[in-house]
Design a protein around this ligand. Structure first.
Ligand code: V47
Ligand code: SF4
Length: 356
């Protein structure tokens, strides 16, 4: 096994195993990863780079977990905590109902008192205001907690939310699947097996979803490869993942601050290797709110074919962890310019990647 033969295999569209991925990840020159990832991207999405018009709702940052990488969570009553009422959330939707958004992404802390019936009501009242919008809501971690708390089976809980109008599940909460690393960075949170089970059951009930990986903290390349292979294995069985999103650990204001942040070169290698290992996932998202605009543009030469949303990315997860823009905004003209500079065409999509 050498780099040249692995590269030839990838160019023929063949799958690589863990050992081949490790050699490539650790030793291939950067230009080769860019070339191979670009070939794989073009096979899947031609000259398109996707974006969508969405906005975020973050009902609360009160959370009963204490993930060490999180800059966002607060205890009830602590300075910086928020917990919007139902009426306040609906007012946020009302204010943006004519914005042209096709997606609302709802995510937040795991609040000990808000239950699944409260969130089902929230979704159905949002849909009454914006009937056409796609609600992409709750990480597997939030879902796992609210469904178990209600004493429901996973299927019963997911069906309840589906009937309320939820269509898709975001990719958060995956972190790193390796059990030892997971126990170090986010003890007590739903396990890797439970995260994967939630997505598998959701796919079987007709939801589609995304998957993420939090990298650049205490994990090794082997842990990243293991994470990607567990996703590839599930995708082989269900085909329900739309996109994979590598999430770069941002170090400000959290329990892992002393680690600092990984390099942009590591970001590019991680994007390219995600594209090459996940041969059965159509889209790789370079989430510009986390990378910043310049790095997101660079990512388009390393296999990414999606840059997520526009309109107003009101998420506070990244600004509170030190990402560059406190009020992130990207106009459509900027997106078009960014994609053209990378040699691609910006294409608007909905949550399910139908072109608009
Ligand atoms: O699970 C928290 C991550 C995730 C930090 O599905 C951090 O379209 C870096 O999953 N540094 C939530 N990352 C956000 C998320 C997401 C974002 C955009 C699009 C989609 C999608 C999903 O944020 C958490 C965690 O992995 N996170 N703190 C931090 N300091
Ligand atoms: Fe809570 Fe999510 Fe932060 Fe973990 S990452 S502490 S689950 S808000």
């Amino acid at each position: 096994m050498d780099i040249e033969s692995i590269a030839a295999k990838l160019s023929r569209g063949e799958r690589i195993d863990a050992a081949e991925a490790k050699l490539l990840w650790e030793e291939a020159p950067l230009w080769l990863l860019a070339r191979l990832a670009t070939e794989a991207k073009v096979r899947k999405s031609g000259n398109a780079v996707y974006y969508n018009k969405n906005f975020h709702l973050e009902p609360t940052n009160i959370c009963l977990f204490e993930c060490r990488f999180c800059s966002y969570r607060r205890r009830k009553g602590e300075v910086g905590a928020w917990d919007y009422s139902m009426e306040e959330i609906l007012a946020q939707v009302e204010a943006r109902k004519d914005s042209g958004a096709t997606e609302i992404h709802i995510v937040g802390g795991v609040h000990p008192e808000h239950d699944i019936y409260y969130y089902a009501e929230m979704i159905s009242r949002i849909k009454a205001i914006m009937p056409e919008v796609c609600v992409k809501a709750f990480t597997a971690v939030e879902l796992h907690y609210m469904i178990r708390k209600a004493g429901l089976s996973i299927e019963e809980g997911l069906r309840l939310l589906k009937e309320a109008g939820m269509e898709s599940i975001p990719g958060g909460g995956a972190e790193i699947f390796d059990e030892k690393i997971r126990a170090e960075i986010c003890p007590g949170k739903c396990s890797s097996a439970e995260w994967l089970e939630m997505h598998e059951k959701a796919h079987r009930l007709g939801f589609d979803s995304n998957a993420t990986m939090l990298y650049g903290h205490i994990e090794s390349i082997d842990h990243r490869i293991d994470h990607l292979l567990r996703l590839r294995e599930l995708q082989d069985r269900t085909g329900g993942f739309n996109a994979f999103i590598p999430l770069k650990f941002r170090s400000a204001n959290n329990g892992l601050e002393a680690l600092g942040e990984t390099s942009v070169v590591d970001d590019m290698r991680t994007l390219a290797m995600s594209r090459l290992i996940l041969d059965n996932v159509l889209h790789i998202k370079a989430y510009w709110v986390m990378y910043g605009k310049a790095t997101a543009e660079l990512a388009l030469s390393f296999g990414a074919d999606d840059i997520d949303g526009t309109i107003e990315d009101s998420t506070k997860i990244y600004s509170m962890a030190g990402a560059a823009d406190a009020q992130p905004r990207l106009t459509i003209a900027e997106i078009e310019k960014m994609c053209a500079a990378a040699g691609y065409k910006a294409v608007e999509r909905d949550t399910h990647y139908n072109e608009i």
